[in-house]
Design a protein. Structure first.
Length: 134
C-alpha cells in the first residue's frame, strides 16, 4: 500500500440515457465521496452507555474545479431526468483499478468571484447502487 498525490485524480461522466461511454470532465481539480452510514439509537434501560444499530450507507459527494466553457457535461447532467454515469478515480495513472462508480443525480453551480477564476461545483447523490473499489 502506498500514498498517492491527487494530481492524477479524474472524474468521468456521461448522461445516463446517452449512448457511449463516460469521458473525462475537463478542468476539474477536486472530488469528494461521503459514504456515511445511518445509525439508530437502541439504548435500553440498564445500558451503561448509548448503543446503536447500523442502517444503510449513504453515498454523496462533490466534483469541482475551474469552469471551462467547452465542458457541458455537468450542466447537461444536472438537467437530466435519467441521472449521470459517474466514475471517480483518486489516481488514474498509478491505480486505475481503484475507483468508485455509479448512477447519480447531479446539481451544478458556478461561482464567479471578481478576484479569481470562475469555479464549477457539482453535488451528487446516488441514484442507484454504487461500486466502490477504493
Amino acid at each position: 500500500m502506498s500514498a498517492h498525490a491527487g494530481r492524477s485524480g479524474a472524474v468521468y461522466l456521461a448522461i445516463e440515457s446517452a449512448t457511449g461511454v463516460a469521458t473525462t470532465c475537463i478542468s476539474l481539480n477536486a472530488w469528494t465521496l461521503d459514504r456515511s452510514t445511518d445509525t439508530y439509537e437502541v439504548t435500553a434501560f440498564g445500558d451503561s452507555n448509548k448503543t446503536y444499530v447500523q442502517g444503510l450507507p449513504d453515498l454523496k459527494g462533490t466534483i469541482s474545479g475551474v469552469w471551462n466553457d467547452a465542458e457541458t457535461k455537468p450542466f447537461a447532467g444536472a438537467a437530466s431526468s435519467t441521472g449521470v454515469k459517474l466514475y471517480l478515480y483518486p489516481d488514474i495513472t498509478n491505480s486505475p483499478t481503484k475507483y468508485a462508480y455509479g448512477t447519480a443525480w447531479l446539481n451544478a453551480s458556478v461561482e464567479t468571484p471578481v478576484g479569481g477564476a470562475v469555479k464549477l461545483t457539482a453535488n451528487f447523490v446516488a441514484a442507484a447502487s454504487w461500486y466502490v473499489g477504493l
